[in-house]
Design a protein around this ligand. Structure first.
Ligand SMILES: NC(=O)C1=CN([C@@H]2O[C@H](COP(=O)(O)OP(=O)(O)OC[C@H]3O[C@@H](n4cnc5c(N)ncnc54)[C@H](OP(=O)(O)O)[C@@H]3O)[C@@H](O)[C@H]2O)C=CC1
Ligand SMILES: O=C(O)C1=N[C@H](C(=O)O)C[C@H](O)C1
Length: 267
């Protein structure tokens, strides 16, 4: 039988947090020891309407939560500012973070890498937990070796706080690893309306759509003379992310490294 992993979670009332609670509840070897929320200090998860019947205590003070809870793994599904703060406290307390929260800057990722190394504590940061999205990123990296002209369109629900999405940024970084840096489009192109060409990473353009009706979708479009290739992934519900969260919790227990992207654990 698999050894029990004691888990704490930040963001239990959120769209992802509520799915993660269900996943933890139905995973025999995961034990929820407590949660961090910005409300409901001292209540338990089962006291809150619509959440699973779990006894885990809610803390609004993250320092207190990390100090008191005997957790192996900390899952963060909040927002960039909160998630960054939590992740640093988790590493300081040698509790392995599994971070789904998106929107960290490159500098913040570097700082967490350094801290994970000095604390010798493993961490998994996953821009996207859906296996199909991880494959979409890998296939895009493969295609970019042959099609260096590429643009990314990501589409999300309109409650999303960060743009571009963590997945789009990670996709661009994976492509950057395999293609020569190039500025795309006409050398003399200019925007008559600011933002018309989207954001750029190493010359690649990223366009962010925010509309009700979407959960998460990304198209990576490659073009060259006479042909285009589109690689697309859709998440049609948030359960699509949960097997990846479960996998990351299990894998982070086996490493003392900084891991950015589930593809690094999947070979
Ligand atoms: N890696 C992946 O595969 C995926 C990542 N994500 C990312 O996960 C994160 C959460 O997404 P989602 O669930 O949609 O967002 P939600 O807004 O639905 O949930 C965020 C939760 O965090 C809570 N929160 C806000 N501030 C604090 C705080 N200071 N302390 C504790 N909790 C706080 C919010 O509470 P309140 O409602 O009171 O503000 C809310 O319950 C986002 O960064 C998103 O981009 C999302 C999907 C997949
Ligand atoms: O906020 C979301 O919903 C999602 N965020 C992640 C991202 O920024 O890439 C993952 C997925 O796209 C859903």
């Amino acid at each position: 039988m698999a050894e029990t992993i004691n888990v704490m979670l930040a963001g239990p009332r959120g769209k992802m947090g509520t799915e993660a609670l269900k996943m933890i509840e139905t995973t025999d070897h995961f034990n929820l020891v407590g949660c961090i929320d910005r409300k409901y200090n001292g209540k338990t998860i089962k006291d809150l309407e619509g959440l699973p019947s779990l006894d885990a205590l809610i803390y609004t003070d993250p320092e207190e939560a990390f100090e008191r809870l005997n957790a192996d793994v900390f899952i963060d599904l909040t927002n960039p500012e909160t998630g960054f703060k939590h992740t640093k406290i988790a590493l300081h307390n040698h509790i392995r973070p599994v971070i789904g929260t998106s929107g960290f800057s490159e500098e913040q990722l570097d700082e967490l890498k350094q801290l994970s190394q000095t604390q010798q504590t493993g961490i998994v940061i996953a821009p996207n937990f859906a296996i199909g999205a991880v494959l979409m990123m890998r296939f895009s990296q493969m295609a970019a070796k042959h099609f260096p002209n590429v643009e990314i369109i990501e589409k999300h629900h309109d409650e999303k706080l960060d743009a571009p999405s963590g997945t789009a940024v990670k996709t661009a970084q994976l492509i950057k690893e395999v293609r020569e840096s190039k500025k795309q489009g006409h050398p003399d192109e200019h925007e008559t309306l600011d933002g018309a060409r989207g954001a750029t990473v190493d010359g690649m353009h990223i366009h962010s759509v925010r509309l009700p009706g979407f959960i998460a979708q990304q198209e990576v479009i490659f073009g060259q003379s006479g042909q285009t290739l589109t690689i697309q992934h859709n998440s049609t519900d948030r359960q699509s992310f949960m097997s990846g969260v479960k996998f990351a919790v299990e894998e982070v227990m086996k490493t003392d490294q900084f891991v950015y992207g589930l593809e690094n654990l999947m070979e």
